[in-house]
Design a protein around this ligand. Structure first.
Ligand SMILES: NC(=O)C1=CN([C@@H]2O[C@H](COP(=O)(O)OP(=O)(O)OC[C@H]3O[C@@H](n4cnc5c(N)ncnc54)[C@H](OP(=O)(O)O)[C@@H]3O)[C@@H](O)[C@H]2O)C=CC1
Ligand SMILES: Nc1nc(=O)c2c([nH]1)NC[C@@H]1CN(c3ccc(C(=O)N[C@@H](CCC(=O)O)C(=O)O)cc3)C=[N+]21
Ligand SMILES: [Mg+2]
Length: 291
């Protein structure tokens, strides 16, 4: 039996349509559109593609997109100055600084300078702390999108055994926090784990965020498990995930493809977070059940 393919593209299109309706309500109430500022430093072609997609999705949702493209010689101080300006700009509800930043830039300093209430990536330590302590805040887009896709398979995640492969601040750790918030039993494995696949083999839910093409073999998947592949790896044969998709789909109950899985959900969650940030800043409620 071949696994159900979780259609991230379709789920993302549905979320974007709900955000667009929320934006219409916001504009009627506030007389202005929510605004997202995206800062791109340097000429990395992959980053340029993401930033272009983000701008298009933002405008299609009826929001304002402010794009700041800076040369890769930009200094930390210049970026801090731009972030301060965006923090103070009432038309800007969300700020995203595209990663990675050039090596000479103090990325932590830049991310920490962003007003936490405009931090639509959810990368600021204040938002990481809110997530870890159960307070409302802005949640990282990629893990949030993964939860939304999981819910299409498991409306109630409580009690399921989940294994997250990877512990980065932008994917693995917030993913583990969100799964915990859903009352999963959560295990996080990483490069120092003694036997990562032994843990993966026990899991009802596997989230792979490693950055190694095809890293998780089909033999590591428990029959019927749900597999979320966050990996985006460019190879000679095209874009592939962190899971051996051809093998895993013969074992899993459900699996996300790459492309067309987590990636489109990340962008949909970014515009969702921008509407949430705009609503919180303006003091108007937003429809949690719709978003
Ligand atoms: N679809 C999307 O929207 C997004 C996709 N991505 C993709 O997701 C992937 C992960 O991204 P990111 O979290 O930023 O990557 P990082 O490189 O920051 O983190 C990778 C993690 O994988 C762990 N790891 C590396 N080797 C092994 C191993 N042999 N066994 C077990 N764990 C291992 C590392 O462990 P350790 O901590 O010990 O080094 C680390 O925690 C990438 O392919 C990236 O392109 C990222 C963001 C968004
Ligand atoms: N501040 C910041 N926030 C991020 O959220 C962020 C970042 N920096 N730096 C880079 C990573 C990566 N990321 C992706 C978003 C969408 C797709 C996506 O839409 N992927 C398509 C394919 C796109 C293609 O063909 O290249 C898909 O998977 O179907 C992928 C990756 C966001 N990131
Ligand atoms: Mg990283």
């Amino acid at each position: 039996m071949s696994a159900t393919i979780i259609d991230g593209k379709a789920i993302a299109a549905d979320l974007r349509a709900r955000v667009a309706r929320g934006v219409t309500v916001f504009r009627d109430q506030l007389g202005r559109a929510p605004g997202l500022a995206v800062v791109l430093v340097g000429e990395d072609p992959a980053s340029a593609v993401y930033v272009r997609n983000k701008g298009r999705s933002t405008r299609e949702a009826g929001m304002e997109s402010f794009e700041h493209r800076l040369p890769d010689t930009t200094t930390t101080d210049e970026l801090l100055e731009l972030v301060a300006r965006l923090n103070g700009d009432p038309a800007v509800d969300g700020i995203l600084v595209q990663l990675p930043l050039p090596a000479h830039v103090d990325a932590q300093a830049v991310l920490q300078a962003i007003d936490p209430d405009k931090d639509v990536d959810g990368f600021h330590p204040v938002n990481a702390g809110r997530l870890a302590t159960g307070l409302d805040g802005l949640v990282p887009c990629t893990p949030l999108g993964c939860i939304m896709m999981l819910r299409t398979v498991h409306p109630n995640l409580a009690g399921l055994d989940a294994v997250v492969v990877g512990r980065s601040n932008i994917v693995g750790k917030p993913m583990a926090q969100l799964l915990l918030r859903e009352s999963c039993t959560v295990t996080v494995v990483h490069s120092r784990s003694r036997d990562a696949f032994a843990h993966v083999r026990q899991a009802d839910i596997v989230v792979a965020a490693v950055g190694i093409p095809g890293f998780i073999p089909g033999s590591a998947i428990k029959p019927g498990a749900t597999v979320i592949d966050v990996g985006i790896n460019r190879t000679d044969t095209g874009l592939v995930g962190d899971v051996d998709f051809a093998a895993a789909r013969e074992v899993a109950g459900a699996i996300t493809p790459v492309p067309g899985g987590v990636g489109p959900m990340t962008i949909a969650c970014l515009i969702r977070n921008t509407l949430v940030a705009a609503s919180l800043r303006a003091g108007v409620p937003y429809d949690r059940s719709a978003l």
